[in-house]
Design a protein around this ligand. Structure first.
Ligand code: UD1
Ligand code: CA
Length: 449
């Protein structure tokens, strides 16, 4: 297939989001909408991307460059419409001879194979291709117009449509491809703004192409694939579609989700085979889950790695940098941050582990707290292989507990403990034989008086 240039439009005001954040940076499954669009473009094999942003929204370009350093970013000085936005990227397509694909940054659910189908139509001889879809509610979309022979001959925007045109339900997704940059430039030069919104509509390119006796074709996509996000409600609708796709993919790969609709995944979640995920689990970006892991209900996991056969939860929280070794066990109300838990180690109840490494088969008792922060800086804690940390201990970092060492329950450990030693730091037990019985007897006497 011929190499094409992609132009992603993202200069619109996005006013209906009512947000200080540019619309295309709102996230779906943990990644900005723009990142989804860019990944579709890359996934369809397009190597050249450019982006059109608006003045004062430079964060958009920065995010794009963070994903694809070679992307060319252009600024559309004034938001005069989609045709004007494409023109802003003139320097990119004027230097380019092949096909040009125009996409919107607010259409994040598109799939690479649909983009490939569009480019295949160009390869097969079309001069202009539009991705169309059947809308349940076509309001706010441009309607596709066909001539008597069934050929695409124009697109009518909602505000300019007659009643008969408004009744049409086959709509423009906004994604369009042009045979060459020359075709595109030739059409753009003649697009005016004599319409209800006073904008330069890219969609007018279709009628102009027909006037030039060029061939315009439609590639159909599923409605949900071309959902445009203009409001928070549409953002949530797009999230739901994306979650459905992600859940289906992990189940397809051999994971069991007991109640899939209650498990939330991220765009980059990696889940192995025979993984069991109970209801109500949230998985943020950067998570890898190896084969045979089981995750109990109500776990919250971000940027963490979970090794083969490990068990987590219910009610556990893994924060960025948590790494669980093979068959490790992390129980309820345990929080782990930036720490490595060794193979077969157990941290079963009510514990905070931060900036630490825990050796293989070590056992961390209930209520252990690693005091990693002294109010100024974070410090590391190392617990050796096979060590035993008694319940309700505090380990004040920086501190090292040697292999096989034993910490008595309730200790506050501030100094390194050598391998195989016992360390205790608590007040010796004070015992008064018979004290309780004496007190009870006295109270009983006082009452009977
Ligand atoms: C557009 C299409 C409509 C289609 C619909 C699909 C036009 C004239 N209409 O309408 O046929 O059914 O999308 O969702 O193209 N943008 C700029 N600069 C501008 C204006 C827009 O970069 O000056 C960008 C926006 O950021 C957005 C995209 O272009 O990514 C579409 O703009 P929007 O205003 O949302 O167009 P719609 O009215 O939805
Ligand atoms: Ca839109």
């Amino acid at each position: 297939m011929t190499q094409a240039l992609a132009i992603i439009l993202a200069a619109g005001k996005g006013t209906r989001m009512k947000s200080a954040l540019p619309k295309v940076l709102h996230r779906i499954a943990g990644a900005p909408m723009l990142a989804h669009v860019m990944s579709v473009v890359a996934g369809a094999g397009l190597k050249r991307q450019s982006l059109v942003e608006s003045p004062g929204m430079e964060e958009v370009g920065e995010v794009a460059r963070g994903i694809e350093p070679k992307i060319e970013v252009f600024v559309q000085a004034e938001q005069l419409g989609t045709a004007d936005a494409v023109k802003a990227a003139g320097r990119a397509y004027e230097r380019f001879e092949g096909p040009v694909l125009v996409l919107y940054g607010d259409t994040p659910l598109l799939r690479p194979h649909t983009v490939k189908a569009v480019l295949a139509e160009i390869d097969a001889g079309a001069d202009l291709v539009v991705i169309g879809f059947e809308a349940k509610d076509p309001t706010s979309y441009g309607r596709l117009l066909f001539d008597k022979t069934g050929a695409l001959c124009g697109i009518r925007e909602e505000k300019d449509a007659s009643d008969a045109e408004r009744a049409l339900t086959l709509c423009n997704s906004g994604i369009m491809a042009f045979r060459s940059s020359k075709t595109l430039a030739g059409l753009l030069a003649r697009i005016g703004n004599d319409n209800a919104k006073g904008e330069f509509y890219l969609t007018d390119a279709v009628a102009l192409a027909r006037g030039d006796e060029l061939t315009a074709r439609v590639v159909l996509a599923d409605t949900e694939e071309v959902l445009g996000v203009n409001s928070r409600a549409e953002l949530a609708a797009a999230e739901a579609v994306m979650q459905h796709r992600l859940r289906s993919a992990v189940m397809e790969n051999g994971a069991t989700l007991v109640a899939p609709e209650t498990v939330f995944l991220s765009y980059d979640t990696k889940i192995g085979k025979d993984v069991l995920i109970e209801p109500h689990v949230v998985i943020g970006p950067g998570v890898t889950i190896d084969d045979g892991v089981s995750i109990g209900s109500f776990c919250y996991i971000e940027a963490a790695e979970i090794g083969k056969g490990a068990m987590l939860g219910p009610f556990a929280r893994l924060r960025p940098g948590a790494t669980l070794g093979k068959s490790a066990k992390i129980g309820n109300f345990v929080e782990i941050k930036k720490s490595e838990i060794g193979e077969g180690a157990k941290v079963n109840h009510l514990t905070y582990i931060g900036d630490a490494s825990i050796g293989a088969r070590a056992n961390v008792g209930a209520g252990t707290v690693i005091c990693n922060y002294d109010g100024f800086a974070k410090h590391r804690t190392e617990i050796g292989a096979g060590a035993f940390i008694g319940s309700n201990s505090s380990l004040v970092a920086p501190v090292k507990i040697g292999d096989g060492a034993y910490i008595g329950s309730g200790s506050v450990i501030t100094k390194d403990v050598p391998a195989d030693a016992l360390a205790l730091s608590r007040t010796p037990q004070d015992e008064r034989p018979g004290w309780a019985a004496k007190v009870r007897a006295r109270r009983a006497r006082d009452k009977s008086k």
